[in-house]
Design a protein. Structure first.
Length: 400
């Protein structure tokens, strides 16, 4: 694609073990690779040598590496316990190391214990393809009957309690195990959590609450901003996925207000946002184009995907241009921001349906090749159409 038109296209690659190889990614048209050293346990220093090998492999395949997703934040940093200061030293070291490889943007999240949470990785769509889904009934079933969290029943509507109990009675052991593995999974390539550690963590976070977690985020951000500045790195926090409370864990990156608080509290240009339309869009209260208008000056990276919300708060991942998020408005705002700021805002097509030949292959949940490539192609066309028809007009962001 003409680099001067549209939004820079990137692609998430999970490293040499990813079933989608760099040579294939190149054929999608994406120029930028988004990756991380997923096999290294959270909190450890990533060896510079290994990072350089990654960089080389990406460049040899004809692409470049500017974005790391994620340098994971260790639980002790989120809870500010134990060796958290040492872990923050390691985090700064990692920032220096990735910067030495030419990385200028780092994505991370501050979700307690679990990264994104779904209840079904294989949801059958009417056209025969498969998507990820989050069902409130299944979450309630897991919470009450499998995790057996004290007080869980108080967190769900009467309707969810009834449907969870009915489903529990007829569920097979195999289905229960699959649901448990799905909820505990987190990020492909990283160690899953267990029921025991999840329960322990839920207890720890009970004592911390949303305000404590927020303070811990601000403390951590303050402690790395100077390092980011020196190394020309911009941090982008990923929104909570889903953007509402689950399993009694606190949430601090779910709403417009949360994002405003984060950038106001640590008011430094290196403190930015990863604008994930799929995460934010799972709540009907989030006005996505409105968020872009408001805090666009701090959005340095975008994840574009769509969700269809169901009446009871459940949702499934729709194709990139359908679903409840108006992708036309989102892309238009992003293009406008690019113009205002006179700099590019990279995006990646986030997730994709399992379809066509991928139905016969093993791909990482959310990250098959063909569904993502379909999303990328649709988004590329949308951006080009908007830009070539001159639909973006200058508008400054409201705050900061
Ligand atoms: C899901 C991803 C997230 C994201 C992390 C960032 O597909 O968008 O796992 O990488 O939350 O730390």
């Amino acid at each position: 694609m003409n680099e001067k038109i549209g939004l820079p296209e990137t692609w998430r690659w999970f490293g040499p073990g990813d079933p989608v190889k760099l040579e294939s990614i190149r054929q999608t048209g994406a120029k930028g690779i988004v990756t991380a050293l997923h096999h290294i346990p959270h909190g450890e220093v990533w060896p510079l040598e290994e990072l350089m090998e990654r960089k080389q492999a990406i460049e040899q395949a004809g692409m470049h590496w500017h974005i790391v997703e994620s340098i994971p934040v260790h639980e002790n940093i989120k809870t500010r316990t134990g060796n958290y200061n040492k872990l923050l030293d390691n985090y700064r070291k990692n920032l220096e190391n990735v910067a030495a490889c030419g990385v200028d943007t780092v994505c991370y999240n501050f979700m307690p214990v679990l990264d994104w949470t779904r209840t079904d990785l294989d949801y059958l769509l009417p056209d025969g393809s498969r998507a990820l889904r989050f069902s409130f009934t299944d979450l309630a079933l897991f919470d009450i009957f499998i995790l057996k969290r004290t007080g869980a029943e108080n967190c769900y509507s009467d309707g969810h309690l009834v449907s969870a109990e009915v489903k529990w009675k007829s569920a097979t052991e195999e289905w229960k195990k699959r649901l448990t593995d799905t909820i505990l999974m987190g990020v492909p390539g990283e160690a899953p959590t267990t029921l025991e550690t999840l329960l322990e963590s839920i207890n720890i976070y009970k004592g911390i609450g949303a305000s404590g977690l927020r303070e811990n985020l601000f403390y951590s951000l303050e402690s790395i901003m100077e390092c980011c500045e020196e190394n020309n790195i911009r941090m982008t926090i990923h929104p909570d996925d889903p953007p509402f409370n689950i399993l009694g864990l606190p949430r601090i990156v779910s709403t417009h207000q949360h994002l405003v608080e984060i950038i106001r509290q640590v008011n430094h240009p290196s403190n930015g946002i990863c604008f994930c339309t799929g995460s934010l869009g799972a709540s009907k209260h989030n006005d996505l184009p409105g968020i872009l208008k408001s805090i666009g000056s701090r959005i340095y990276f975008a994840h574009l995907r769509n969700v269809s919300r169901e009446k009871d708060g459940s949702f499934f991942e729709a194709s990139h241009l359908t679903g409840d998020t108006d992708m036309y408005q989102v892309v238009k705002e992003l293009l406008r921001l690019q113009k205002d700021r006179n700099e590019k805002i990279p995006f990646r097509p986030d997730h994709g349906h399992v379809m066509l030949d991928d139905l016969k292959k093993n791909s990482l949940p959310g990250y098959p090749a063909i569904g993502r490539m379909k999303g990328l192609a649709e988004l590329r066309g949308l951006a080009m159409g908007i830009e070539k028809s001159g639909l973006t007009i200058k508008q400054e962001s409201e705050i900061i």
